[in-house]
Design a protein. Structure first.
Length: 291
């Protein structure tokens, strides 16, 4: 198993796509902070816009859960116009937008599909007593890449924030930031495992990547709304919200100031998706003829 992981790590770090994704992570982090700075400047110039943003922020905080809006968005805190900008809050808003997860989806689909296209699985599978180990080794390599992506994104976001806003960037609780990054890491690993499963199932990176992007862009929100209404009609006493049980919903809700209930649920959802996707991927690879 250790040798398998070493081979997948070697394959990953010698892949051009790996380094392109890491460079994109840096670029996206800088872009996010630049966009946030523009948003802050717009609020400073237009008090009415700032007031609208403040009202939206208060409504979101008052709601225990909310329907996800289409697309990727990160709403700046109006208090940042003149006040301090907490690094943890800044990281929380940017990561919750799903922009990092979008890169994770693209990387996972490309990496998983490359193993099938270049003959790697075919060459190695015959030498293994259990082909399911190939899934675990690929996930182990993905775990390293996703950890690098999240750490690089966080570091560049904070560094860019300090360049734009100087000493206005403050640091609150380091433990809260680490908790945020840890939970988001688990959720993103769940996403990577799901994409790996879909890629193995369909033998297509295009399908798995498209499915993942649709989830991140919240294209499935209308479908979720229909499910919520259907469940509500069956049992009006049960306040069911499917957003609380899908990966993209928990990525959006598991911020630095989220309640313990939301954070615990995010950990459970991330772990369930990670475990089930891994198990199903292993079962498919075991039963399928490798060609």
């Amino acid at each position: 198993m250790f040798n398998l992981i070493k081979m997948d790590l070697y394959r990953m770090f010698h892949s051009v796509s790996t380094w392109v994704i890491l460079l994109l992570t840096v670029g996206v982090a800088v872009f996010c902070i630049a966009a946030t700075n523009i948003d802050i400047e717009l609020m400073a110039e237009d008090p009415q816009y700032a007031e609208e943003m403040l009202d939206e922020t208060e409504e979101e905080e008052a709601a225990a859960s909310q329907e996800l809006q289409l697309g990727i968005s990160a709403e700046s805190d109006p208090h940042w116009i003149y006040g301090d900008i907490d690094a943890g809050d800044l990281l929380s808003i940017e990561i919750k937008s799903g922009i990092v997860t979008l890169l994770v989806v693209i990387f996972a689909a490309i990496f998983a599909n490359a193993a099938q296209k270049n003959g790697y699985i075919k060459n190695v599978a015959g030498q293994l007593p259990d082909r399911g180990m190939l899934v675990l080794s690929q996930l182990a390599a993905m775990a390293v890449q996703i950890l690098l992506m999240i750490l690089i994104f966080a570091a560049v976001v904070v560094a860019s924030g300090m360049i734009f806003w100087g000493d206005r960037v403050s640091f609150g609780s380091v433990s809260d930031i680490l908790r945020l990054l840890g939970i988001q890491y688990l959720l993103n690993m769940g996403f990577a495992a799901l994409i790996l499963f879909l890629t193995i199932l369909t033998k297509s990176s295009a399908f798995s990547m498209t499915a993942g992007i649709f989830m991140i862009l919240r294209v499935l929100t209308p479908v979720y709304s229909i499910i919520n209404r259907a469940v509500g009609q069956i049992s009006s006493s049960w306040k069911f919200d499917i957003n609380s049980y899908v990966l993209e919903g928990n990525i959006n809700m598991a911020g630095i100031d989220a309640s313990a209930e939301i954070l615990i649920r995010a950990v459970v959802v991330g772990a369930v998706f990670l475990i089930l996707s891994t198990v199903f991927a292993m079962l498919i690879l075991k039963k399928r003829d490798v060609r």
